[in-house]
Write a protein that binds this ligand. Structure first.
Ligand code: ADP
Length: 613
């Protein structure tokens, strides 16, 4: 091999090496490129996966919370919604036209304009909208939804897209309505005292808020129901129902058959709850063809009938029915609400009854009082004259007897002791009668406004009390009366005779309502500068708290086993109270059953309060 050959072969070798190196470099670059492509596509895929997952999560969250989303491309009038929106709205999949008009078509005709206006306002200026609307579902049921949305503008400021969400607010809205209805109903229920009117008003309130039809049945006699009213928002429909009933070939058996469901509610006291009424159901309960036709024409969807119970008596039954007009179906919350309503209605009727009974009792008490007053006035006037005469004659006889007994004192057995005793008893009894008659007279004077005080100035209270205590002590030898005089003088312008009467009444009662021999204390003390308080205390039977508030009432007697045999009219304290309050004073008591009582009265001192009598 020559040197040229050698050079060539060397350069060839170099070239070959260079090619090999380049090839290796290309391979390396290709590998790198390949790797890069792989890495890039892997990253893109991961992004996509992440994006997809995140969309999925959002979709899941939206679906789980019952929120449907939709988007309106305003420029080409294309509406797209998420795959759950149809089911949120309760529509059949694939029925939506995918345009704005198609969206509006889904909305209840009554709410359509409102929704349109809200969206338009958002497009025009606000950017956002929020609106509530109803949707009529393929089964004709109606549900409430809320829609919220946001307008996306182009750079030119022109509205390009509208993003919206839709969610079901039916139950919430319903709960709010129910609450509002119950509040309104509670006002209505207290408005009248006639329970027929109350129930009628309730039915009027319920339609159409709660029901399309409301029927009220009242139990006139046990087991017999009368339909009190049929209510519907449209008077023509009421006429239609009433005409049907009028023209129905009615006999008692058929009538019972027609009412059998209401009667069951009446008898069991349990509500009837039919969330979904189907044609098969109508067929199963129809009494005859006419009845079936009536039900089909009425088109009820759902029904709740509840008994109306007051004072453990079922007054009747109220039926709430929804029909095709509202497209509503009752749910468990409606049942609860209607039962609450029936409970309130029962309570209202109960109150009305109690009120009426109380009114009647007051009325008859008034009549009774009037008759008593009349009787008191007549009897006391009529009794007074003969009593005075009897008393006068008895006293004459008593004196005669005493004189004769003195004259015949030396003749044994001629002292007429027995006759004198009898006469003395007679005089005592006549005195008692006189007291009762004068009490009756006083009451009739008070009632007719003729009870007038005869006040005199300069009356010394201590003197009056001492006199009465002494008289009472003389008459009640088996009791000990103690009077605790005061160091001061209490002088007033009082009716002395009436004061004596009050003191006599309080001391008599203290003696009458306490055991023989038990002490009775009387005293008085100043109260402030212008008043004096007198008190009478006994250790007798006492007065229970339930009687204390009535004790100064006319004819009131605190009946207890301990005083059943004690005579009295229940007038003394009433007259005393009148006397003291007309003097400008007060009267009160402290008492404990079985322990005793203290009666107090106050009197204004000279220059004190004057009260017109
Ligand atoms: P009367 O004693 O004639 O029934 P009053 O008007 O004087 O009528 O008294 C009304 C009622 O008050 C009495 O029937 C009695 O039940 C009760 N009462 C009055 N004073 C006393 C007393 N000191 N202790 C217990 N009960 C009394």
């Amino acid at each position: 091999m020559n040197s040229a050959e050698k050079d060539l072969s060397l350069s060839e070798l170099d070239q070959q090496t260079e090619v090999a190196v380049l090839q290796a470099r290309v391979a390396e670059l290709e590998l790198l490129l390949k790797e890069k492509v792989v890495t890039e596509s892997t990253t893109r895929n991961a992004d996509k996966v992440w994006q997809r997952e995140s969309d999925e999560k959002i979709r899941f969250a939206l679906e789980a919370s019952g929120i449907g989303t939709w988007e309106w491309n305003i420029l080409n009038d294309e509406v797209k919604w998420s795959r759950n929106t149809a089911s949120v709205l309760g529509l059949l999949p694939g029925t939506f036209r995918g345009t704005y008009d198609g969206l509006l078509e889904i909305i209840h005709p009554v709410d359509r304009e409102k929704v349109q206006q809200a969206i338009q306002a958002a497009i025009d200026e606000l950017g956002y909208f929020e609106v509530e609307f109803r949707v009529v579902r393929p089964d004709d049921s109606v549900r409430w939804f809320a829609g919220k949305g946001k307008v996306i503008n182009q750079e030119t400021g022109q509205a390009a897209r509208l993003l919206g969400v839709i969610y079901d607010i039916h139950d919430l809205k319903h709960a709010m309505e129910s609450l509002g209805f119950l509040v309104e109903a509670s006002h209505t229920l207290t408005a009248s005292l006639d329970y027929h009117i109350t129930l009628q008003q309730l039915a009027t309130l319920a339609v159409p808020k709660l029901a399309d039809w409301c029927m009220v049945f009242v139990q006139e006699s046990p087991g017999e129901l009368r339909q009190l009213s049929v209510t519907h928002a449209d008077p023509a429909r009421i006429d239609w129902a009433l005409n049907f009933q009028r023209d129905y070939p009615y006999d008692e058996k058929r009538g019972r058959e027609l009412q059998k469901e209401v009667l069951r509610v009446l008898h069991t006291g349990e509500p009837q709850y039919l969330p979904e009424m189907t044609d098969e159901y109508f067929v199963s309960i129809a009494v005859d063809e006419i009845h079936l036709r009536f039900m089909r024409e009425m088109g009820p969807r759902s029904k709740i009938a509840v008994p109306l119970i007051a004072r453990n008596r079922t007054l009747g039954v109220i039926s709430f029915i929804t029909s095709f007009e509202s497209g509503r179906n009752y749910g468990p919350s409606d049942l609860e609400m209607v039962q609450e309503l029936a409970r309130q209605a029962g309570q209202a009727v109960d109150n009305a009854w109690l009120y009426r009974q109380a009114q009647e009792a007051i009325e008859s008490q008034r009549e009774l009082d009037h008759l008593k007053d009349q009787f008191l006035s007549i009897a006391s006037h009529e009794l007074r004259t003969p009593l005075t005469t009897i008393k006068g004659y008895s006293q004459i006889l008593q004196r005669d007897m005493a004189r004769r007994a003195a004259a015949n004192a030396d003749q044994p057995g001629a002292n007429n002791a027995r006759e004198i005793r009898i006469l003395s008893n007679m005089v005592n009894q006549v005195d008692r009668m006189e007291t009762l008659v004068s009490e009756m007279l006083d009451v009739s004077r008070i009632q007719s406004g003729q009870f007038v005080l005869k006040r005199s100035p300069g009356i010394d209270l201590e003197e009056v009390i001492r006199r009465i205590v002494e008289q009472q002590q003389d008459a009640a030898a088996d009791h000990h009366l103690s009077f605790q005089p005061a160091t001061e003088k209490f002088i007033g312008t009082w009716d002395e005779g009436r004061l004596e009467q009050v003191l006599n009444n309080l001391i008599n009662n203290a003696l009458k309502y306490s055991a023989t021999g038990s002490p009775v204390d009387i005293g008085f003390y100043p109260a402030g500068d212008n008043e004096v308080v007198v008190w009478v205390r006994d250790n007798g039977i006492g007065i229970g708290p339930e009687h204390q508030t009535h004790i100064f009432d006319r004819f009131y007697r605190a009946r207890t086993p301990m005083n059943v045999n004690v005579d009295g009219l229940g007038l003394g304290l009433f007259i005393s109270y009148e006397t003291i309050t007309r003097h400008g004073g007060r009267m009160w008591l402290e008492s404990e059953l079985g322990k005793g009582s203290v009666f107090y009265f106050s009197l204004p001192l000279e220059g004190g309060t004057e009260v017109a009598s």
